[in-house]
Ligand binder design. Sequence first.
Ligand SMILES: NC(=O)c1ccc[n+]([C@@H]2O[C@H](COP(=O)([O-])OP(=O)(O)OC[C@H]3O[C@@H](n4cnc5c(N)ncnc54)[C@H](OP(=O)(O)O)[C@@H]3O)[C@@H](O)[C@H]2O)c1
Length: 246
Amino acid sequence: MKVAILGGSGKTGRAVGAALAQAGVATRPLGRAAFDDLPAALAGADAVHVIAPNLHPDEPAYVAAVLAAATEVGIGRVGYHSVASPYVPAMPHHLGKAVSEDLVRRSGLAWTIIQPCAYVQNLLPALRSGTLDVPYSVDTPFGMVDLHDVAAATAVVLTGEAHVGATYELGGPALVSIADVAAAAGVTARRVPAGSDVHPWLQAMFDYYDDHGLPTGGVPLAALLGRRPASVAEVLARDLAADPGA
Ligand SMILES: NC(=O)c1ccc[n+]([C@@H]2O[C@H](COP(=O)([O-])OP(=O)(O)OC[C@H]3O[C@@H](n4cnc5c(N)ncnc54)[C@H](OP(=O)(O)O)[C@@H]3O)[C@@H](O)[C@H]2O)c1
């Protein structure tokens, strides 16, 4: 089996590629150059996993282009990397994923959608600096998840027919706040103002996080992995001291 990974050279795509390789699956990581000729980039793959870049200005168009090319070259199997709580009209980039999910479900391909919460790994650079400053409440709940667990679950769903037609919310084993993450790392969490040049979609996300966090269930991820997903403390113990470039 060979899986083409759109966004395969990004942070998520590299982790997904590593998890698929560990499962013995050949991968074809693809970056933005693949969009010069998508059918040629996808030809010969058995499945395609679609990861859009962060804050893509038109994620439905990005996803639609991949679905059309996959259909053209006869790839029947598609995975789509969405997000937890995609239908949130207050967050434009989440809404783009909700619209994209609908395109995937109506594509005629054999699809699986995953909806991960925010990765614990997002916070590592700040934690390494010795404080955890975020532009939203440090007390609202998140289902923060290990990126490597998300990648391992992606490998599971792409290699098993049982997951065709499924949508999986992927959270960690417990709801945690930013204050909890900081405590696990032995640092202080502080709510600070966002920078003045912050992307308006990120500001919208911070405002939503401020009020609601992003609570996300952990049961589907545990079921896919066949074990309890890594806790924040376990991810920090493994990754906090690791080479940031790795
Ligand atoms: N971070 C989280 O906690 C989290 C949680 C849930 C979901 N997600 C979602 O995960 C996705 C991936 O996040 P990430 O951090 O892995 O992204 P990322 O590192 O920004 O992804 C970069 C990838 O996208 C490609 N790319 C960049 N600009 C492009 C363009 N204009 N057209 C086509 N391809 C382009 C890059 O190719 P080149 O190498 O050619 O530049 C690279 O392969 C996002 O959709 C995000 O919303 C993230």
